[in-house]
Structure formats: structure tokens, C-alpha cells
Design a binder for this molecule. Sequence first.
Ligand code: DP6
Length: 390
Amino acid sequence: MANKYVTVTAPVNIATLKYWGKRDRFLNLPTNSSISVTLSQDDLKTTTSVCYSKNFESDALYLNGNEESLSSPRQQSCLKLLRKCRIEKEEQDPSLDKIASLPLHIVSVNNFPTAAGLASSAAGYAAMVYSIAKLYQLDLDRSELSKIARQGSGSACRSLYGGFVAWEMGSLDNGSDSKAVQIAPRAHWPGIRAAILVVSAAKKEVPSTGGMQLTVKTSDLFDYRVKQVVPARYEEMKKAILARDFGVFAELTMKDSNSFHAVCLDSYPPIFYMNDTSKRIVKVITTINEAYGRNVAAYTFDAGPNAVIYYEEKDEDIVLGTLHEFFGSVPGWAKKSGKSFSVPRKFPIEKFDHDVFSKGVSRVILTSVGEGPTLVSESILNPDTGLPKL
Ligand code: DP6
């Protein structure tokens, strides 16, 4: 039996309606449904090659060139579930190769800083689950695979789809109805852009899992958020996406980021993910929106200080002109080389202390809405050795 391998790439997603809180931490079942935009793999992606061989000693994972442990309960549940599906397939069709029990080598690289608050675990688990499902030739659709990826990291379930994605929280105890679904494909609203302002590429201070457990346990506002705020906002946001209504989409996105950071602050002891740079970015974005009398851009922050700014392509000169004025000296603008940026006429630049407002951002990543996991032909693993290709 030849050593078989497949390679896939998977995207990052950034929530516009945040997942924060688990009702079951082993199955990774959330306390609310959430919504995200999948970002283009041209700019942010995880590439993963997987291979099985009877010659490998055991399962192994190589992340960005280094061997990493594969023993965490989350990694193990994903592997177990995928193997279980393959075993069922082999039992149904005895002519199939018996590969479910053979050791797997997983080689994965990110083209962005791991654990920088840029949802690397989401792209990582989506790539791992999708690649093994392809290697095993499982007949599961993306929603079914999202339930497996969810057990690796909650937000990973949304990276199984491109475009605009919802994670339906579900109500069953076994989690079989807690899955990602596509609200609309990329082509529905291809003009959505995202500018990521990297405020810190360091690892998160309070990892999301621990942070959300503290919030569920101690925040008084949390109950109000999940029962009163999110259910209505979820329906409104889906509607705004389907109607391509950026004004409403932006307002809901900013409000939900605020609400999520409010329950973090209301946790005891409090959790602070946004820092002073994040707060100055909020000021810049709200000032653009005020100056134009409409929501031209929306900010959102995850479990860290990095900002993601959503806007529409038609407003690129306004949004990037403003951001370039403050952060034009950091890397990341090359993509727009040849373009001359200018502060938009209506932006009251005189009200901002340039020295203060231009501090704290280390790079920008300019990207857009993108596609879900994709099979690719070029492997990053040597199938004879199962090791990363140099
Ligand atoms: C703030 O998916 O990283 O980014 O399920 O514990 O792995 P675990 O958490 P994770 O949490 C993401 C939280 C968030 C909001 C979101 O992506 O919806």
C-alpha cells in the first residue's frame, strides 16, 4: 500500500457576532450562536498535508517546521471522530484499504503569526479536519465536518465555509445540532474588505477558553447578553448580510464587539483584551463614521488588542486613506503600492494628535472576504518520510 497524502488550505474567520461562553466544555458547545466572515486565503491561511503509513511509529504533528504534541484532549477528540467515521466506512465496504488504524503524520504551516489573536486555531483545526476527511474519503458535508472541528476549537467550525457563516448553537446535549452553516457565499457580497491592524503579535494573555469560563461563572451581564442581546442580533445580522446592508451590518458588528468586551470587563477578576491602541482605533473609526454621516467602517476585536476593520470596496479610499495617515509607516501596504493615499476631505484630522494616534500598530494586513477550505496539489510533506519538506 503506497503512502497516501493530501494537502488542503483553510481560512481564518473573524466573528462579527462573537462566540463567548460554553454550555459544555468537553463537546465545546456554545451558550450563543455566532456569525463570522471568512477571510481570503490569499492573505491568511493554514496549509496542512496529511499522510498515513504503516511505517510511521505513531501519529505526529509538525507545526511551522517544529514537532508539536498531538496529545491534547481536543486534538484527540478530532482524530478519534475522524477515525470512527473511516472505520464505519471500511466496515460497510470491505474492499476498502484498512487505513483507519494506521499512524498519521500532519504537517501544517501558517502564513501569519500563530496565537496572535488572529484565529490561528480556527484555520488550524479546520485544515486538520478537512484534510483528514479528504484522506479518508469520508462522505461528510462541511456542516458535518464543522461539528468535528468545533471540538478542536469552537470558532474553527466556522472556518469550514467561505463567505458569511453562522454557527448555530443547537440545543441537544450531544451537540449533534451545533454546527456551522453558510449564510451566503463570498460571491453574494464580494466587495467586503478587512484591514487587520496588528497591535500585538504576542501570544494571548488570557486564552479564550479560560477567559470565557471565567465570564460564564462570574459576569452578571453575561446572562443578559446571551438571552436578550444575541438572539435578536443574530437574526438582524443575518438579514443585513442577505440584504448587503453595510450600515446595519457595521452597527451590529461594532455593538457586538463592545458587548463581548463589556462582559469580559464584567468578569471577576476583570479581563482586558483591548488596550489603549485598540481604544484609539475605535475613536478613529467612529470619527470616520460621524464625519460621513453613515457607517463607512466597522471595528471588531477578539480576545486580544488587534483590530479588524470591515468596510466596502467602494469606500476604500476613505478607510485606507485615514488608516494610512496614522499607520502608513508599518509593513503591510505593499499590496497597494503605486496607490497614493490621502486623508479624506471630511475627516477632522486636526483633532488628532498624530504622534499619539500613530503608536502601537506593528503591521497591517489588507484582505477581503474569501473561500472555505480547498484541496491543493502541492504537498508540504515528504510522503516517504512523513516529515515537512524543507
Ligand atoms: C473572541 O474558538 O478560540 O474569537 O472554543 O475555547 O477554542 P475555544 O475558543 P475560541 O474562541 C474564540 C472567541 C472569539 C470570538 C469568536 O471567534 O467568535
